[in-house]
Ligand binder design. Structure first.
Ligand code: TXA
Ligand code: MG
Length: 344
């Protein structure tokens, strides 16, 4: 099967494929997704197969109007309604008990379903023209960096799915914020994203960032979100995350230089890297810019044949928390505190 790239004016073809139970690549404001009819178990099976995704990792269901939400869940608590009003359409996924409209396979066997109303106009158009809610995990092969362009998705999925709708580069670049409600006033962040804990606090009395966001899930722990237990987002190269002051990070990088070693640093670090002979690639100077760039940079460094990528860690507040969360997983939790290291 050759995978076709469809333009915005060919959405009717994408919708026909979706109605026929086929998976189709879908641009969203976060990352590209691999969409299918959320209510069709056979279509969902094809999505799991194309990604090589473990069957216990549930898919997010995408809607294009608020009225589509209610039939998918067993009731919408007032706090969820308030969050929808405040953040939808946008990069927020809310997990609630699922109705029988959502097949068990879509939910990875859980009793709940994550629902999201994406802001990207082409995603909304695909959902509307397909006429059904669309289940869509990120459009990468399981374990690889998420695709932020149609070209990235094609390189993972060519020959495995019939089509991808082209919608340019994703503006957020990091997947949606996934939340669950602990009680009527408490939001728990299971996966950080562009909607930050700080922003959620403007709508909810309590916002808890789940401990799995910043630390490794150890064997035997029950995870609220199955995706948190898998190694994720990893390029072929080894990745190490460097935390510490800029000077110490530069010292560390200088000492690690080798033929297939690359540094992923902030834009402002480039002149100093050049002076010290550190082979470096920039990934932005703000949390938002880094979020939009880092998956793409990891793929580019793989293409350059990088053996080891040392990444200057972003901040862990605001959107930086989402980037940090993905990077520690890409690094397999190999985090070095450079300030505690020997100099040189
Ligand atoms: O921005 C996004 O969310 C993108 C685009 C395509 O919308 N989708 C995406 O899907 O990132 P995926 O499947 O790559 O990540 C979904 C995450 C996984 O970690 C999964 O375990 C968690 O959300 N999740 C989904 N449904 C859940 C549920 N019912 N309970 C707990 N966790 C859930
Ligand atoms: Mg994913």
């Amino acid at each position: 099967m050759k995978t076709r790239l469809l333009r915005a004016d060919q959405i009717a073809e994408a919708a026909a494929l979706l109605r026929a139970g086929e998976p189709v690549g879908m641009p969203t404001e976060t990352v590209y997704g691999l969409a299918c009819d959320a209510g069709n178990p056979e279509a969902v099976r094809k999505v799991f197969a194309a990604k090589g995704r473990p069957a216990d990792n549930p898919l997010i269901v995408h809607i294009a109007s608020l009225s589509e939400w209610e039939p998918l869940v067993k009731g919408i608590p007032p706090l969820a309604g308030k969050l929808a009003e405040r953040f939808w359409p946008g990069p927020l996924t809310m997990i609630l008990p699922r109705s029988e409209r959502i097949p068990a396979i879509t939910a990875g066997g859980l009793d709940s379903v994550g629902v999201r109303f994406p802001a990207h106009p082409l995603a909304q158009q695909m959902i509307r023209e397909a006429g059904v809610p669309l289940a869509a995990p990120s459009g990468n092969r399981s374990g690889s960096p998420s695709p932020t362009s149609a070209a990235h998705m094609l390189s993972d999925m060519d020959g495995r799915i019939p089509a991808i709708v082209e919608g340019g580069n994703c503006v957020c670049g990091v997947e949606s914020t996934v939340i669950i409600l602990d009680d009527a006033e408490t939001v728990r962040v299971l996966r950080p994203g562009f909607v930050t804990p700080e922003q959620l606090r403007t709508a909810a009395r309590r916002v808890i960032v789940d401990q799995a966001v910043l630390s490794q899930v150890t064997a035997g722990t029950t995870v609220r979100s199955p995706g948190m237990k898998y190694k994720h987002y990893a390029p072929a190269a080894a990745v190490t995350l460097l935390c510490g002051s800029r000077e110490h990070i530069l010292d560390y990088l200088q000492a690690k230089q080798g033929k297939d070693v690359y540094a992923l640093v902030f834009d402002a670090d480039l002149p100093a890297c050049r002076e010290r002979g550190i082979r470096a690639v920039p990934y932005g100077d703000t949390d938002e810019a880094r979020a939009a760039a880092f998956f793409s940079r990891l793929r580019e460094l793989d293409a350059l044949g990088a053996g080891h990528i040392y990444v200057r860690a972003p901040r862990t507040d605001g959107v930086g928390l989402a980037v940090y969360n993905r990077l520690i997983r890409a690094a397999g939790y190999d985090v070095v505190q450079t300030d505690a290291c020997e100099k040189g």
